[in-house]
Write a protein that binds this ligand. Structure first.
Ligand code: AMP
Ligand code: DBH
Length: 546
């Protein structure tokens, strides 16, 4: 094994070795542009074109740029500076982009929380990143984010500001922050600086944070645009939560803004909300997870809305079944594009001109000719071509390490910098990847990733619980659901399933992490060396009941 060459790593995270960085620059992948420059140059070249539509609000590129720069000046005036972390938890509203481009300009790092996250996750993000600010909506989906913010602010000493989109309550309204003096003195970040921290679905007790640079992420945007047919005439519907890596970058809202197209915010992903927007805004492209694709397919077959503008539907985040994939074209009248991506980097797409069988039977091939793919056995030896094995990858937009996580990094990356994706894949003769399974202890609930360890640790805190193991069980709609096997303490009163679910919910966690099923057992199946055999538990759970 070769020794890694000296790299440009920061104290917070390893980055690419200098030799690789030089190669990616020379190849033209890293173009030396920052997100602030990206927006500025677009606003200069086509100021009046609409960048964002949110309900009846339409912001041109010039307006988005001006708003973001005024907000950047306001943030800077309040002491938010280059390198500071800001937890951003916004639903699909135009202000999401105003906020992140303001932070990009200053060089402060958005930490992309999802609207579903609750106290446990938010406190962790704020504490772990030593965040100085937290940006929230007032209320969303029946939940008051201001109360949560007040609680977290009282607990996390670094958190100096809470900014609210809407009625601020005791906090600061986002509309009170901008300064119209845009003569920002704050130092601009450079293209190789970190731009933000994205979240990993994870397989460990706490989520890991993914450090992405301007250079590497912007490459993934224009690389995606070329493969997804994105141009200045594209209209992208942000159907999934805007901060998630898929709708953000594959090709996502930021890809569309890179191309000078138009981004339309969709407040809810259901057909009753999305279809009228597709008709009214003449949406050409969007991305959904498999369960949503099923719902859209069913609704699309009989809808009275005109979906004829829709050219491409990306489906990814979890394995899309071949049978469901075959129904997309007939039901929705668009081209299916499968996408197998990860916030850590590597993104694979079926090509729009792939033959129809390849589109429905594979999860695509990498964006870049310089995405290195290895498929290996348990001892990291390459498997024979066409056989399945662990997917390892390295390339111009795949991170070399998580943020402030040296122990994880030693496990999640090889010594020569390949990311261990935890996915089991095989490669077809055309270079397309087929996802065959997963080696990591993670549950993929319709594209929402759950780290069993995180939930197990919470359930273990219940006074009646002796031990717990969370596994995936197959589900027709979501692909997988969660089942918690619980062993009660010898002296504990019997417990009901709902009590376990309630216990998790009351800890303040994203609702999708509450176990779908709970089963009480007296022992767990064991592996040869006495560890819990989750494999056996999954097999038992999915066996037909007698
Ligand atoms: P994350 O690392 O949290 O961004 O989640 C990425 C993971 O989602 C991948 O490593 C896969 O396990 C899973 N994934 C994403 N897209 C697909 C897909 N099209 N088919 C199967 N699994 C997928
Ligand atoms: O699941 C993912 O994380 C994902 C799926 C599709 C992703 O990050 C992406 C495309 O970029």
């Amino acid at each position: 094994m070769t020794t890694p060459s000296p790299d440009t790593s920061t104290p917070d995270a390893p980055t690419w070795p200098q030799e690789a960085a030089a190669r990616y620059r020379a190849a033209g992948y890293w173009q030396g542009e920052t997100f602030a420059e990206m927006l500025r140059t677009r606003a200069e070249s086509h100021p009046d074109r609409i960048a964002l539509t949110d309900g009846d609000r339409h912001w041109s590129y010039a307006q988005l740029h001006t708003r973001a720069m005024h907000l950047a000046a306001g943030f800077a005036d309040r002491g938010i500076a280059k390198g500071d972390r800001v937890v951003v938890q916004l639903p699909n509203v135009a202000e999401f982009f105003e906020v992140i481009f303001a932070l990009f300009r200053i060089g402060a790092l958005p930490v992309f929380a999802l609207p579903a996250h609750r106290e446990t996750e938010i406190r962790y993000f704020c504490e772990f990143t030593e965040a100085v600010a937290y940006v929230v909506p007032d209320r969303h989906a029946g939940f008051d984010h201001r109360d949560l913010a007040a609680k977290v602010r009282a607990e996390v000493p670094t958190l100096r500001h809470v900014f609210v989109v809407g009625d601020p309550g005791e906090h600061t309204a986002l509309t009170d922050v901008p300064l119209s003096d845009t003569d920002l003195k704050a130092e601009e970040p450079t293209p190789s600086d970190l731009a933000f921290l994205q979240l990993s679905g994870g397989s460990t007790g706490v989520p890991k944070l993914i450090p992405r640079t301007h250079d590497d992420y912007i490459y993934s945007l224009w690389g995606s645009n070329e493969l997804c047919g994105v141009t200045k005439d594209s209209v992208y519907l942000v159907t999934l939560p805007a901060a998630h890596n898929f709708p953000l970058s594959s090709p996502g809202s930021l890809g569309i803004l890179h191309a000078g197209g138009r981004v339309v915010m969709c407040p809810q992903p259901d057909p009753d909300t999305a279809f009228p927007l597709i008709e009214r805004e003449r949406v050409t492209i969007t991305g959904v997870v498999p369960p949503l694709a099923l719902v859209w397919t069913e609704a699309g077959a009989t809808t009275s809305y005109d979906l004829s503008s829709l050219e491409v539907l990306l489906v990814g985040g979890a394995k899309f079944s071949e049978a469901a994939a075959r129904r997309i074209g007939p039901a929705l009248g668009c081209t299916l594009q499968q996408v197998f991506g990860m916030a850590e980097g590597l993104v694979n797409y079926t090509r729009l001109d792939d033959d129809p069988e390849t589109i429905v039977t594979t999860q695509g091939r990498p964006i870049s000719a310089d995405d290195e793919i290895r498929i290996v056995d348990d001892a990291d030896r390459d498997v024979p071509e066409g056989e399945s094995g662990h997917l390892l990858t390295r390339g111009p937009y795949t991170i070399r390490g998580y943020w402030r996580a040296p122990e994880h990094n030693a496990r999640s990356f090889t010594a020569d910098g390949f990311y261990r994706t935890g996915d089991i894949v095989r490669r077809t003769p055309t270079g397309h990847l087929v996802v065959e399974g997963r080696a990591k202890d993670q549950i993929n609930r319709g594209g929402e990733k759950i780290a069993p360890e995180e939930i197990e640790n919470i359930i273990l805190g219940h006074p009646s619980v002796h031990d717990v193991s969370l596994v995936a069980v197959p589900d027709d709609y979501l692909g997988e659901r969660t089942l918690a096997y619980v062993i009660l303490r010898g002296d504990a009163e019997p417990l009901k399933s709902v009590a376990v679910k309630k216990f998790v919910r009351e800890k303040g966690l994203a609702a999708y992490k509450v176990p779908d099923l709970v089963e009480f057992v007296t022992a767990f199946p064991q592996t040869g060396i006495g560890k819990i055999s989750k494999k056996d538990q999954r097999t038992i759970a999915s066996a037909p009941q007698a």
